[in-house]
Design a protein around this ligand. Structure first.
Ligand code: ZN
Length: 175
């Protein structure tokens, strides 16, 4: 995935607005996925998505705290357009299946988190403002922590018989 060319991140407030939008969207999407799994009585997978939603919400709250600390009353509108149909950390509903196993759900989350880490690392490389660069590096680092966390979680769920998620989503290379 490449960073969208329309994305202009030249100031800390633009970056914070952007990150806030990304993290909020990621959290909301995980929460929606949890609800959808609940509706199909797939409670184990619902729990996984809810926990992912909580992680991303914490992340968004951390960004919100930074906004307050920096006294940024008005953030610019995060006017971003993805080159992909979804945000860098946003789960794709077409990857959902109501019979999906916890392992499949975690693989989906793993894919999202890897994508987010690569995305922010890419931004860090491209932006010219040093403060923004530092923030993007921190974001990439945080997303890599999420990746490690999901990888550890996956150890609790050994191989399934039908790993369709792995088939449709080849692993993203870490840059
Ligand atoms: Zn994350």
């Amino acid at each position: 995935m490449t960073t969208n060319e329309h994305l202009k991140l030249e100031s800390v407030s633009e970056m914070l607005a952007f990150v806030l939008a990304v993290e909020t969207e990621a959290s909301e999407r995980y929460a929606e996925m949890a609800e959808s799994m609940d509706a199909h009585n797939n409670t184990k997978v619902a729990e996984i998505f809810r926990e992912m939603a909580d992680i991303e919400e914490l992340h968004a709250e951390g960004v919100q705290r930074q906004v307050t600390e920096l006294n940024l009353e008005y953030l610019p509108k995060a006017d971003y357009k993805w080159s992909a149909p979804e945000g860098p950390e946003t789960g794709d509903f077409s990857d959902l299946h109501y019979l999906m196993t916890p392992r499949e759900a975690l693989l989906l989350a793993l894919h999202n988190e890897k994508r987010a880490a690569v995305y922010f690392a890419d931004i860090a490389e491209k932006v010219t403002n040093d403060d923004v660069k530092k923030m993007a590096q921190e974001m990439a680092e945080e997303e890599r922590e999420h990746v490690q966390w999901v990888e550890k979680w996956l150890l609790d769920y050994p191989e399934d018989e039908n790993e369709w998620v792995e088939d449709v989503d080849p692993p993203v290379e870490q840059g």
